[in-house]
Design a binder for this molecule. Sequence first.
Ligand code: SIN
Ligand code: CO
Length: 393
Amino acid sequence: MRYDGIMKKIRNKIEQKTRQQSLLGGISTREFLEQYWQKKPLLIRGAMPDFKGLLSAEELAGLACEEDAQSRLVSYVRGKWQLEQGPFDEARFHALPKKSWSLLVQGVSHHLPEAAALLQQFDFIPHARLDDLMVSYAPDGGGVGPHVDSYDVFLLQGLGKRLWRISGQKDLTLVEDAPLRILKNFETEQEWLLQPGDMLYLPPQIAHWGIAVGDCMTYSIGFRAPSAQELTSQFMDYLQERINIEGMYADPGLKSTHHPAEISRPMVSQVSKMLSRIKWRREDVARFLGSYLSEPKPHVIFEKPNAISLTAFRARLAKRGISLSLKSLTLFHGDQIFMNGECLEVSDIKPAERHLLLQLADQRGLPVTSFKDEQLVEQLHQWYLAGYIEFSH
Ligand code: SIN
Ligand code: CO
C-alpha cells in the first residue's frame, strides 16, 4: 500500500514535470526562469497542444455583462481608437461592426474553475506575482493596438489565430488623444502567427501588437510587477495606521522674531529629527506585502453561503475536502497567513496542523482532513461564512 502510494506520487511528479516542460517548449522551469523570465521573449509552439480555449465568444460576452467582471471594448473607428468600459448591455454586442474591435475581460479565473486550473500550471511562479487571467475576443483585424505593458505575460492562443508583432524599441511615444496607451511609431522586429495552443512569453516593456486573423481568442496570464512608487506609497499608507511616535513639538527657548511669517531653521531641524524616528522592521514589510498583495480588487464580491453553525460546519468538514473560493487570494510568510487582505498568525494553531494552512494556500485546497485544532476549525468556519473557502465538489 505504502509503496503504491509512493509510486503514485513519483508518477504524478513526473507527469507534472513533463507537462511543465511542454508548456515551456521543452526547457525546464529553472532554465526558463534563468534565461527568459524578465529578460527576453520566448515563443512556444504547442505549449498546450490540445488547447482550444475554455469558453466561447458568447460566454465571454455574457461575462462582460456581469457587474463583478472587469471588461473593456476597444475599437478602431475611422482612424480613431475608442474605449468603452463594462459591464455591457447585451444589445451593445449586436450593434458591433464586423471588424476592428476587441472585447477584453479580466479576472476570468474568478468565474471559471477551468481557468483557475489553467493558472495552476504556472505555479512555478509565486502567487504573489500573479495578477490575473484576461481573455480577449476579436473578429478579423481586431486588437488593442501596439503598446507596452508593465507586466510579464504569457499570451496563450485559444480559438483561431493571432499575428503577434514585437519590438524592443526605445521610442515609446504615444498616440495623442487616444483613450488607451497606443504606441505612435511601432516598428516590427519579429512576428509570428500563433495557432491554438501556441504561447508567447513577453517580459515587461517589450512593445507588442496582436492582430486577430479571423475570429480569435487570446488568454493572457499576467504577472504584476509593481512599481517602486506604488509599493512605497502603499507602504506609507500601511505604516500610517500603525506608527506611534511619542512626544510633542516644543520650543521653551523661543526668541522674539521680526519675521513672524517665517518657518525658522530650529523648527525645521526639530521636526526633521522627529521624523527620523520613523522606523520599521522586516516583519512590517512582510506583513504589508502579505496584506497588500492578497487584497481583493475593489470590484470583487464574495458570495456568502447560507450560514451554518460551527457544529454543522465541523460535521461537514469531517466528510468533505475544502477549496479556496475562485476569488480568494491566499499567501503566507513565516508564521503569518494572509487571506484576502486579512492576516492570521499561524503560531496560534497547533504545530501539527500548521502545515495544513500552508497546503491550503499553495494548492488552493485540502482533501478530507480530520482537524484536531479547535481554533483552526473556528477560523475555517469564519472563512467559510465570508465566502473565502468552500466545500469541494
Ligand atoms: C489581447 O488579448 O488582445 C491583448 C493582450 C495584450 O496585448 O496584452
Ligand atoms: Co499587452
